[in-house]
Design a protein. Structure first.
Length: 155
């Protein structure tokens, strides 16, 4: 297969271009919900690991604790996350999804599914499977956590 004129031939540049486009488009789709991709990542982790501490969350998503505090404050202000005093260690706060987060996460799942279909619209089902497998191998090779996101590193 020949590449279109002007199309970069390097995988790294293509991944960068596609990744930037996909991230920006997902952020655009989430905007009506008043959420960003890093917010969604945190909500997803808390859905699967209720009661974790801020420190555990920071480690799980590969973010500095100060960034996690800012994102959690934003989610708490939106009524989506609750901090509760740990019953076993009064120095710690456990993180939980607020009841309102369940409906919001359902909306996010619908947006994510639509986004995934739009991004891979030009591929067959087999090609999508291969793409996911190959990108997973690249992510694993570089130690990219499944719940990580570049937005967690932003101030």
């Amino acid at each position: 297969m020949t590449r279109p004129p002007g199309r970069p031939s390097g995988a790294a540049l293509l991944l960068s271009q596609v990744g930037a486009h996909v991230a920006a488009e997902f952020a655009r789709r989430l905007a009506p919900l008043d959420l960003t991709p890093p917010h969604v990542g945190i909500l997803r982790v808390l859905a699967f690991r209720p009661g974790i501490s801020q420190q555990e969350l920071a480690a799980a998503i590969g973010a500095v604790p100060s960034r996690v505090v800012k994102l959690l404050d934003e989610l708490a202000d939106r009524g989506l996350v609750e901090r509760r005093r740990s019953p076993t260690d009064r120095r710690l706060h456990e993180l939980h999804l607020a009841p309102e987060a369940t409906e919001r996460l359902a909306e996010v799942r619908q947006i994510a599914a639509e986004h995934d279909r739009a991004v891979t619209a030009g591929l067959t089902a087999a090609e999508r499977g291969t793409l996911v497998e190959l990108l997973g191998k690249i992510a694993a090779e570089h130690g990219i956590a499944a719940s990580g996101h570049p937005g967690y590193r932003a101030p």
